[in-house]
Design a protein around this ligand. Structure first.
Ligand SMILES: NC(=O)c1ccc[n+]([C@@H]2O[C@H](COP(=O)([O-])OP(=O)(O)OC[C@H]3O[C@@H](n4cnc5c(N)ncnc54)[C@H](O)[C@@H]3O)[C@@H](O)[C@H]2O)c1
Length: 360
C-alpha cells in the first residue's frame, strides 16, 4: 500500500487523479492540498478520506508519504515537483511538464539527484488506440512515414479566459502548451522520438484580447475574469524538421471558423493513419489495385486509470527495493517526454523572433 497526496484540488486533481487512486487497492490518499482550504475540505468530504491542508510544505516531511500527484497551474509544477523530489517522494505531475523548458530541465536534474520517479501526465501514452498506432508504424504497415500533420482547432473555445490558463506567467502559453503538448507528445511517442533539427512557428493572440467582449457558447475553467490577463496565443502554426518525418501543425483555442478539428495524420508511402484525437483511427492503404481503409478495433480502456495504476505499481516497486534505480519504464517518464518541452520552447522562441530556430 502506498500513501499519496493530491496537490491541487481542481478539476483534474479530483475527477481524474483522486478518482483513479480511489479505485486502486494499493494506494491510499492521505492528504488533499489546495491553497484555498475550502476546496481541499470539499475533497475530503467527497472521497471520505485524507486530511485537508492549504500548504504543500506541511506534507514534505511526512515519512509516510511515498508519492504525490501535482495538479496545480503550469508555472507551479517545477517548484512543487522539485521540493517533493528533494524530500524523497516520487511525483506524478500534470502536463505540460512546466511553463518553460528551463524549468523542465531543472525538474529532470532534481529527478536524477533524487533517485525517485518523476512521471508526467501525458495521458495519451496510456491510450490503447495510440499504442496500436505506434505498433502499426513500428511494424512497417505505413512504410516510410515522411510527414505527420496535426490539427487541434476549435471555435471560440478559450479556457478560463482571464484566469491562470490565459496568463503567460501562470501557464507559459496558450493553445500550444495546453492542447498542442498532447498532440506533439503523441507524435513523438508514436515515431520513437526522432531528433528535432529545426523549428519554425508563429503564434497569434487575437480573439481573446477584449475579455469582456469575447463571445462564446461554453467555457472550460470559466467563467471569464473581466479584469484578468490574456497574453497567450489563441492560435499557432509550426513546422518541425527532424531526423525522421517532418511534423507540421495548426492549432487554435479560438478561431472564427465554426468547425472543430482534432486529429493527427501519419502519412507513409505504403499507408496512412488518421487518428481522431481521443477516439478511433482509420488506416488507409492499397491492396493490389484496390484502395483499402478500415477502422481497427481495440478495447478503449480508461487512460487516466491506466496511468495512475502504472505509476502506483512503479512506486511500489521502487519503495520495496532501496537500491533500485528508477528505470525509465513509465511511458511518460520525464527523461522520455522532455523532448516535447524543448520543441514547444523552440516554437515560442521562433515565433518571438519570426525566424527558424536550429536545435542542432
Ligand atoms: N491531462 C489532461 O488532459 C489535463 C486536462 C486539464 C488540465 N490539465 C492540467 O492540470 C493542471 C490543473 O488544471 P485544472 O484544469 O485542474 O485547473 P483548476 O484550476 O481546476 O485546478 C487547479 C487547482 O490548483 C490549486 N492551486 C494552485 N496553486 C496551488 C498550490 N501552490 N498548492 C496547492 N493548490 C494550488 C487551485 O486553487 C486550483 O484549485 C494544469 O497544469 C493543466 O494543464 C491536464
Amino acid at each position: 500500500m502506498i500513501k499519496v497526496a493530491i496537490i491541487g484540488c481542481g478539476k483534474i486533481g479530483l475527477d481524474f487523479h483522486a478518482a483513479a487512486y480511489m479505485k486502486n487497492d494499493n494506494a491510499e490518499i492521505k492528504y488533499f492540498c489546495n491553497t484555498s482550504i475550502e476546496k481541499a475540505e470539499t475533497a475530503v468530504k467527497r472521497f471520505g478520506c485524507g486530511k485537508a491542508v492549504s500548504d504543500y510544505r506541511e506534507i514534505l516531511a511526512d515519512p509516510e508519504i511515498d508519492a504525490v500527484s501535482i495538479c496545480t497551474p503550469n508555472s507551479s509544477h517545477a517548484k512543487i515537483s522539485i521540493d517533493f523530489l528533494n524530500a524523497g517522494k516520487s511525483v506524478f505531475c500534470e502536463k505540460p511538464i512546466a511553463a518553460t523548458f528551463d524549468d523542465a530541465q531543472k525538474m529532470q536534474t532534481a529527478q536524477h539527484a533524487s533517485n525517485k520517479i518523476l512521471a508526467i501526465a501525458l495521458v495519451n501514452r496510456y491510450n490503447n488506440g495510440v499504442n496500436l498506432i505506434k505498433e502499426y508504424i513500428e511494424s512497417g504497415k505505413l512504410g516510410e512515414v515522411f510527414h505527420v500533420y496535426a490539427s487541434f482547432r476549435d471555435h471560440r473555445s478559450i479556457p478560463g479566459l482571464g484566469g491562470p490558463f490565459t496568463s503567460k506567467a501562470a501557464s507559459g502559453g496558450g493553445a500550444l502548451i495546453d492542447w498542442g503538448v498532447h498532440f506533439l507528445d503523441v507524435i513523438m511517442y508514436c515515431l520513437n522520438d526522432p531528433k528535432p533539427l529545426t523549428v519554425s512557428g508563429e503564434t497569434f493572440c487575437k480573439l481573446g484580447k477584449d475579455i469582456s467582449g469575447y463571445v462564446f457558447d461554453y467555457m472550460w475553467a470559466g467563467p471569464p475574469v473581466a479584469d484578468g490577463v490574456y497574453d497567450v496565443e489563441d492560435s499557432v502554426t509550426g513546422l518541425i524538421r527532424t531526423t525522421g518525418p517532418v511534423i507540421s501543425f495548426n492549432g487554435a483555442w479560438a478561431q472564427n471558423i465554426a468547425h472543430k478539428e482534432k486529429y493527427i495524420d501519419f502519412m507513409g508511402d505504403k499507408g496512412g493513419i488518421r487518428f481522431e484525437f481521443g477516439s478511433n483511427f482509420t488506416f488507409y492503404t492499397t491492396e493490389g489495385n484496390k484502395l483499402v481503409s478500415f477502422e481497427p478495433e481495440f478495447e478503449k480502456g480508461n487512460s487516466f486509470e491506466n496511468e495512475i495504476n502504472l505509476f502506483v505499481a512503479a512506486v511500489e516497486e521502487l519503495e520495496s527495493d532501496n537500491d533500485l534505480v528508477p528505470a525509465n519504464h513509465l511511458p511518460s517518464d520525464i527523461n522520455t517526454v522532455i523532448i516535447t518541452s524543448r520543441i514547444i520552447q523552440a516554437i515560442y522562441d521562433s515565433a518571438e523572433i519570426h525566424k527558424e530556430v536550429s536545435l542542432v
